[in-house]
Design a protein around this ligand. Structure first.
Ligand SMILES: C[S@@+](CC[C@H](N)C(=O)[O-])C[C@H]1O[C@@H](n2cnc3c(N)ncnc32)[C@H](O)[C@@H]1O
Length: 270
């Protein structure tokens, strides 16, 4: 099969499977497959709605490559803004500790550190800061471990299996908390596309009846902690953001919109 015929065949399969962004992905698939057998395997997976990122085992986030498998959510483009907000906050204030809560593939904390290591972005040394990535899933932590190694950050990132910020010693520390915890309300989760529901971990997406189950837990843990000060930057969803905001109302949260003009992030400062 010549290259053009192959590309058409890939595009046809992607269109039939109603793949978004099929032109870009078809080129990536064409570069990825080495032979006819490979192509057949990829197209068979496409036909059963498996996301391309899980087929090739890679996803790009903040222009950085991340290994992914079905134990972690595929990083979403919206979340890139959370990283940009975190960089700004880190530059503006002094933090002893940064905690990425529900790290998944590690995309948030790794993109943040890699950006801070670029001298034109951040001129000071980040070695005084403790960077911690938490997840309640051991299988997810195995993925972030690989990504931390891939990006040569093993000396900088501490991985912890825990719920929210439980068992992390934050006493008297100035802490930057970053969280993209599951926030899809149960009824909305049930209606999600097959490509999401059949492949991505439910524990990474579904946030209980009102979507705020995990953020409630986090709000309680923050109240129990004895941090000196904190900034929490979290991602949520426009349909539930007012309720998420109420969980932290004593800190007067500030709403930030995403690139599609949707109210998606909260910045909460103690
Ligand atoms: C929406 S995914 C986000 C993954 C990654 N941070 C990202 O932005 O792509 C949520 C992650 O939080 C983890 N998680 C869910 N509830 C948690 C909790 N209470 N404490 C810690 N991690 C949790 C899930 O296992 C999953 O990896």
């Amino acid at each position: 099969m010549n290259n053009l015929t192959q590309l058409f065949e890939i595009q046809k399969a992607l269109k039939q499977a109603k793949y978004p962004d099929y032109k870009r992905i078809s080129k990536e698939i064409a570069e990825y497959v080495k032979n006819e057998k490979d192509l057949k395997r990829v197209l068979n997976n496409i036909k059963i709605d498996k996301p391309w990122e899980y087929i090739c085992g890679n996803a790009e986030f903040y222009t950085i490559p991340f290994e992914v498998n079905q134990n972690v959510m595929i990083p979403r483009i919206e979340t890139e803004k959370l990283v940009a907000l975190a960089i700004q906050e880190y530059k503006d204030k002094n933090f002893d500790m940064v905690i990425d809560i529900g790290t998944g593939s590690g995309c948030i904390i790794i993109s943040l550190i890699k950006s801070l290591l670029i001298p034109t972005i951040y001129k000071e040394d980040i070695k005084e800061t403790e960077f911690i990535a938490t997840d309640k899933s051991v299988k997810a932590l195995r993925v972030v471990k690989k990504n931390v190694k891939k990006h040569d950050l093993r000396d900088l990132v501490i991985l912890k299996k825990t719920e929210t910020i439980n068992h992390i010693n934050t006493k008297d520390k100035r802490v930057l908390l970053l969280a993209n915890l599951p926030y899809i309300p149960t009824d909305q989760y049930e209606k999600l596309d097959k490509s999401v529901k059949n492949y991505e971990p439910k524990s990474a997406l579904e946030g209980g009846e009102d979507g705020n189950r995990e953020y409630k837990k986090l709000a309680e843990e923050i109240e129990k902690s004895s941090m000196k000060s904190f900034t929490l930057i979290l991602e949520t969803e426009e349909s539930i953001i007012d309720k998420t905001k109420r969980l932290f109302k004593k800190y007067s949260p500030h709403i930030v919109k995403d690139m599609s003009d949707k109210e998606r992030f909260l910045i909460i400062r103690s």
